[in-house]
Design a protein around this ligand. Structure first.
Ligand SMILES: *Cc1c(COP(=O)(O)O)cnc(C)c1O
Length: 387
């Protein structure tokens, strides 16, 4: 029998999420591994999807997305960030941010090209860069004074003659960093000097805490013309199962993304596009409440993790915290994550799966805090037994 999986995708077998979720089911452990909320999004948004189905939004929508959603996205970018995009040519709807990122990478990078990513990175980045036949060049985020950041020299050194793009995720999963304007200026400088495209993953754009402010890279001088920005409804409106996302970029980039995307999925589920448009127009106050509630959940989880003996960097955004396991006497996050359900009845994700330099991430495990307070409380009281 010939090998059924193409060589460049070998090594992307069962994801750690599947393994850890199966472990959670088998052991009855609390799953703080996978990052989806255990409460639904706003009722008005759910109703909008049902209503769309009942009123006939059930056939193929236009490939680039429903005008209604593209207009809502353009209005959101303008109102929130002062970025102006033509909904007809510069906004494009995708199957979640995941497809937006995939189509962007596949349209920009071919065999032998290079894409710079910050590690730890979201797992789909590595897989889609491999699918493109391209090579990833990781730049490590390390804790400095309580938050994860990068060394500008390492970023510059990662760029070579074959580099096509830099993938920038802020707010960052799983490091929790929201890049400052200064950090973004460093990235923008590199893009401008080396003529690179930035692909930005902004799915946590609303979920920032304390004083942290999400600044889209496209708002920096000279960056709008070289940035492909990706976001989606899933995280903002607690509808991660809807997989409805969008790309905003100059028309030439949108055409490139469309050329790829039309043969991946052609179009995006019509009812959810109606509902996502409704959400962007009407539910931003709900998202503000979600943001506040997540900030409190972050603090709840961190207090418990620190009491249990982990050390953490307080995330400035997202659903996640990386916990350093060394103060508890452990060194290998993968070993601990596999043992944790038995030891403590909790599931976490070993962060090293998000790194190429495994040693930089070996001592972290990732916990999600987008869970009900009582779930977080029970998890941390179980984790307190680890000592
Ligand atoms: C959840 C997540 C995504 C995926 O978004 P979808 O809209 O569900 O495809 C992309 N990037 C990051 C960093 C995420 O955490």
């Amino acid at each position: 029998m010939s090998e059924p999986l193409v060589e460049r995708m070998q090594g992307f077998g069962e994801t750690i999420f599947a393994e850890m979720s199966a472990l959670a089911v088998r052991t009855g452990a609390i799953n703080l591994g996978q990052g989806f909320p255990d409460e639904d999004g706003p009722a008005g948004v759910l109703d909008a999807a049902v209503e769309a189905i009942r009123t006939g939004a059930n056939q193929y929508p236009p490939g680039p997305g429903l005008p209604e959603l593209r207009e809502a996205v353009a209005a959101q970018r303008l109102e929130r960030y002062g970025l102006s995009f033509d909904p007809a040519t510069e906004v494009f709807v995708t199957v979640g941010a995941t497809e937006g990122i995939a189509a962007s990478v596949l349209s920009l990078a071919g065999p032998g090209d290079e894409v710079v990513v910050f590690e730890p990175y979201y797992d789909s980045y590595a897989a889609v860069i491999a699918l493109a036949g391209a090579v990833r060049r990781p730049v490590t985020l390390r804790p400095v004074e309580g938050r994860f950041t990068f060394d500008p020299d390492e970023l510059r050194a990662a760029v070579g003659p074959r580099t096509r793009a830099i993938l920038v995720n802020s707010p960052h999963n799983p490091a929790g960093t929201v890049f400052t304007r200064d950090e973004l200026e460093v990235i923008a400088d590199v893009c401008r000097e080396r003529d690179l495209v930035a692909i930005t993953d902004e799915v946590y754009e609303y979920l920032t805490f304390d004083e942290a402010e999400h600044v889209p890279l496209a708002t920096l001088d000279g960056m709008r013309e070289r940035t492909v920005s990706v976001s989606s409804a899933g995280k903002s409106f607690s509808v991660t199962g809807w997989k409805t996302g969008w790309v905003t970029a100059p028309a030439s980039h949108i055409r490139a993304v469309q050329t790829v995307k039309q043969f991946l999925t052609y179009a995006v589920s019509a009812p959810y596009q109606h509902a996502a448009a409704y959400a962007l127009r009407n539910e931003i106050p709900w998202v503000e409440e979600l943001r506040k509630s997540l900030q409190a959940k972050r603090d709840r989880l961190i207090t418990g993790l620190e009491a249990a003996g982990f050390t953490t960097c307080r995330p400035q955004g997202t659903y996640f915290v990386q916990a350093d396991i060394r103060p508890l006497g452990f060194t290998d996050g993968r070993e601990l994550a596999r043992a944790l359900p038995e030891k403590a009845g909790v599931v976490a994700i070993p962060s090293q799966v998000f790194y190429d330099h495994a040693e930089a991430g070996a001592h972290f495990v990732r916990f999600a805090f987008c869970k009900k307070d009582e779930v977080i409380d029970e998890a941390v009281s179980r984790l307190a037994r680890l000592r």
